[in-house]
Design a protein around this ligand. Sequence first.
Ligand code: ADP
Ligand code: ZN
Length: 296
Amino acid sequence: MRIGAIEAGGTKFVCGVGNEQGRIEDWCSFPTEHPETTLSKVTEYFRDKGVTAIGIGSFGPIDLQPDSSTYGSITTTPKPGWGNCNVVETLKREFPVPFGWDTDVNAAALGEVTWGAAKGLDNCVYYTIGTGVGIGLVTGGKRVHGLLHPEGGHMRTRRHPDDHFPGLCPYHGDCLEGMAAGPAIQARWQSPGSELPADHPAWEIESFYIAESITTAILLHSPQKVILGGGVMQQSHLFPMIRERVVQNLNGYVNAAPITHHIDQYIVQPGLGQHAGLCGALALGLEALERVTSAS
Ligand code: ADP
Ligand code: ZN
């Protein structure tokens, strides 16, 4: 069985084909341009692949209410041409197969529960800390939806006492994304994070904000695993700093062994590595196919 997977990012699109074991057999990537150009490239890629379903993990915000007339669209993004662009409808015209559709981070969380770092669990939280900050949630094996979908990247945290940076979020200024995404690091220190040494004060501040948010996520969602991905988390020295700060923040209140004794295995890198996003989309496609099969 061949399932199509699309990681629809604001910077780049990744398309791939994989099987029901989560193995990616082929993939390609191209920059995100105007939707007409980008979705034509997607169509071209899948044209001869013979996929039986397609999963899409997308940048957002997105419409994923099944009864909405605009289901399948990206909604209020400032990205030129993509506001109100109906990605699922456009692709469904070319490929009449079941489609899975969710945020990139909810998809990645599903992928990690299915095949990755949270395999065997039914609950996890997945962060991407890159150009933006996104948080995906799975509980009871299901992706969390509700009013819309979680928008945890825009939660507020306490401010680091030494940090006077106003924040970059056009909506909230100093929300988590405004303070901790890659562009905030670059604006605060006039240097991209990838060029700052491991002992630079940037990382104490960065780990503070991420740990603040994880502390809230643990208290609110009670995740069985916390998975941190995205470009900024390639600074692997952040992991011990974040773990230590989370333990300090909770101060023994959440009395669970993964936090008190095994924090190294609780706050972890994506198990699916560089393919976390694409495998997430693959898991969505597989889920969509199973839904249709079990209904018929
Ligand atoms: P996107 O979020 O667009 O999908 P990434 O997850 O790669 O892509 O995030 C890009 C952001 O991450 C940029 O702001 C970049 O400065 C930052 N970044 C990428 N690599 C590193 C690194 N090794 N160390 C610190 N920051 C990085
Ligand atoms: Zn914000």
